[in-house]
Design a protein around this ligand. Structure first.
Ligand SMILES: [Zn+2]
Length: 423
């Protein structure tokens, strides 16, 4: 295939602008492959590509930007849409994928990028995008986070996502808890935390592990019952997964997999449910149940959740379900930008920031106010790519690139509008 000098130059400039004025040969070549160039064409164009990159890299960034403005229209949109690798096991119905933020505050820029990985696949294959607001830890649930996240998600995914709030689904978690107890995959443990820790260390079962299902069901009812009526008090009982003995049980090679907790009593008043519930599912129960009930097909999540994924896979297996395909993302570190919902929350409370959409904050609400379009985040995710490698971004570089994606998406929109107007 023929690759024009202009096209090579366009990608070299684009890449240079994104990376401090220095284009990377590999990135430029991979962009050209996306344009249809084949490996064998490298014989013809390899030298030319190096020459052009060398020339582009010798220019200052101002010049690069000026020239890129003239050339960017010849770059194919395809390259940006097809930046993510194909997913395995996609059925005709498409994919069901999710963004599952905790209800600790509004969404910020990294939620937007992480959610966009999944959303891009939903756009590509069809199916369903789910936003699941995880608020089953009453202590870490920020009053109003459900509404803030809903608003952010509706904007970010253009009202195409199905939004769920976990605390509205408590009866479903209870149903599954009972199912796990009845199938001998869970038991209610009343050992003090410290003595259970000893059991984990010594790889031995606690006395509760051998209770009958009937005894466990009685204990479960006591967890749900008000302590005034003779029920357990917080800390007196937890529901535990019974790690199957076939895979080691309490002697599982990974201590984190040994009879981990599934539900606990917590009387902290919940901002959405008030005092309606006293037993709360822990993450590995709530997430497993929802991924089963919502028929998740593929999951993209941070690699810090690898152990949780292993626990959830065990819960799936105990319930006779096949675990979805999973990809893990490396950690992102931003130089010059702090991404902590807790810090934002504290800043808002102290008056440092006005609201969640304060222009000083890197929240979705603020970025929206600053004129960013959802497509800019979708494209950014494609550009970053699925990778387990940790990444460091300079704040200014990150936003320069986001600006570039934002400008091209605005331009596309304007084009569409003008075309529509002429009809
Ligand atoms: Zn016990």
């Amino acid at each position: 295939m023929k690759v024009s000098d202009k096209k090579i130059r366009g990608y070299a400039l684009k890449n240079a602008i994104a990376y401090k004025g220095k284009a990377n040969q590999g990135s430029v070549i991979s962009a050209l492959f996306n344009e249809g160039m084949r490996k064998k064409d490298m014989k013809t164009y390899g030298k030319k590509i190096s020459e052009i990159i060398k020339e582009v890299n010798s220019m200052n960034i101002g010049k690069q930007k000026k020239e890129f403005e003239k050339l960017k229209d010849i770059l194919s949109e395809r390259q940006e849409r097809e930046g993510l690798p194909d997913l395995p096991n996609v059925s005709k119905k498409g994919v069901v994928m999710r963004l599952a933020p905790s209800a600790s505050g509004a969404l910020h820029v990294m939620h937007a990028i992480n959610g966009s990985f999944s959303f891009n696949y939903v756009l590509k294959y069809g199916g369903k995008m789910i936003v699941r607001i995880e608020d089953t830890n009453p202590e870490n649930t920020y009053a109003g986070a459900d509404k803030l996240i809903t608003k952010d998600a509706e904007w970010l995914f253009k009202k195409k996502a199905h939004i769920f709030v976990q605390s509205d689904r408590m009866e479903i978690y209870y149903k599954y808890a009972k199912r796990l107890i009845n199938s001998e995959h869970a038991y209610v443990c009343t050992c003090p935390a410290e003595s259970f820790r000893e059991c984990v260390k010594k790889q031995k079962a606690c006395p509760c592990r051998k209770l009958t299902n009937k005894e466990n069901m009685e204990r479960w009812e006591e967890m749900l019952a008000d302590s005034k009526g003779g029920g357990f008090k917080p800390g007196e009982a937890v529901l535990r997964f019974r790690t199957p003995d076939e895979i080691g049980g309490m002697a599982h090679k990974n201590p984190a997999m040994r009879d981990f907790p599934l539900a606990r009593i917590n009387l902290t008043r919940h901002p959405r449910q008030k005092s309606k519930y006293r037993v709360w599912p822990l993450m590995n129960l709530a997430v497993s149940v929802d991924d089963i009930e919502m028929k998740m097909t593929h999951i993209i999540r941070g690699k810090d959740h690898m152990d949780n994924a292993k626990r959830q896979e065990m819960v799936f297996k105990a319930l006779g379900k096949k675990y979805p395909w999973c990809a893990y993302l490396g950690r992102y570190h931003f130089k010059g930008m702090e991404l902590s919902t807790t810090k934002f929350r504290e800043g808002i409370a102290s008056g440092k920031y006005k609201r969640w959409d304060d222009l000083k904050l890197p929240t979705v609400a603020s970025l929206k106010k600053r004129g960013y379009k959802p497509e800019a985040f979708w494209k950014m995710a494609e550009h970053i790519g699925l990778s387990q490698v940790d990444k460091v971004f300079e704040k200014s570089d990150f936003f320069k690139l986001l600006d570039a994606f934002n400008n091209s998406s605005k331009k596309n929109q304007n084009n569409k509008e003008t075309k529509g107007g002429k009809k």
